[in-house]
Design a protein around this ligand. Structure first.
Ligand code: IYR
Length: 222
């Protein structure tokens, strides 16, 4: 058993209440500008911006601080094309065979279909893997906790960081996604969670006219 070691909390900053309120509003307004985008430009994005956004994701809280995630950043054209081809194959199956009518109806307002050109056009695909268990260098397995929750939190923080940096993203979940392990050479303890498509929006990008639930609908104060 290792014993906990504690250090002073030096990274917390308290703001005067009025400033706190202004900051909360400013951040709300910034985040309410975020839209999921499906039309990407091929403009290049500096790699260090992606790295800084990944530092944000990696700072997320996780079960027992085991950080059960791995992010594969794909900019290579050939690998992006492979991913597009494999994803579109699954999506054709989904849209024309597997998807129940009810699911297709739920998706209708988004205007999605089996074509995924952005997987090739966008400068970066960040493929997010969850480590179902950890693997030590000697091959022993380490149990991870709250893996899905932890990776979900890290992904949310990544999406937030990308928006804050002035880029757009798309959460893409071709299903099944097993082909990503093979395409990216990831080990058996890792399970792909989603592809985050990242870049600048296309000049003529459009987004569906959809809204978010009201505060009354999503929250209860008691
Ligand atoms: N994976 C498909 C279908 C899809 C499913 C959901 I749930 C979405 O919110 C959006 C799309 C696709 O990417 O088209």
């Amino acid at each position: 058993m290792t014993h906990p070691q504690f250090i002073p909390l030096t990274t917390y900053h308290e703001y005067p209440v009025e400033e706190m309120k202004r900051r909360a509003i400013a951040f709300r307004e910034e985040m309410q500008q975020r839209r999921t985008v499906r039309y990407f430009s091929n403009r290049l994005v500096p790699r260090e911006v992606i790295e800084d956004c990944l530092f944000v994701a990696g700072s997320a809280p996780s079960g027992a601080n085991l950080q059960p995630w791995h992010f594969v950043v794909v900019s290579d054209l050939i690998i992006k094309r492979q991913i597009r081809e494999a994803a579109e194959k699954e999506e054709r199956e989904f849209y024309y065979r597997r998807a129940p009518q009810e699911w297709l109806e739920a998706l209708a307002p988004l205007g999605t279909d089996e074509h995924k050109p952005y997987l090739e056009i966008a400068p970066y695909l960040i493929v997010i893997f969850a480590q179902s268990y950890g693997l030590l260098p000697d091959g022993r397995k380490v149990k991870n906790y709250y893996v899905t929750e932890s990776v979900g939190i890290a992904t949310g923080m990544l999406i937030t960081a990308i928006h804050h940096a002035g880029l757009v993203s798309l959460t893409h979940t071709p299903s099944p996604m097993g082909f990503l392990n093979q395409a990216l050479g990831r080990p058996e303890n890792e399970r792909p969670i989603m592809i985050l498509v990242v870049g600048y929006p296309a000049d003529n990008a459009v987004v569906p006219e959809i809204g978010k639930k009201s505060l009354q609908e999503i929250a209860t104060f008691m």
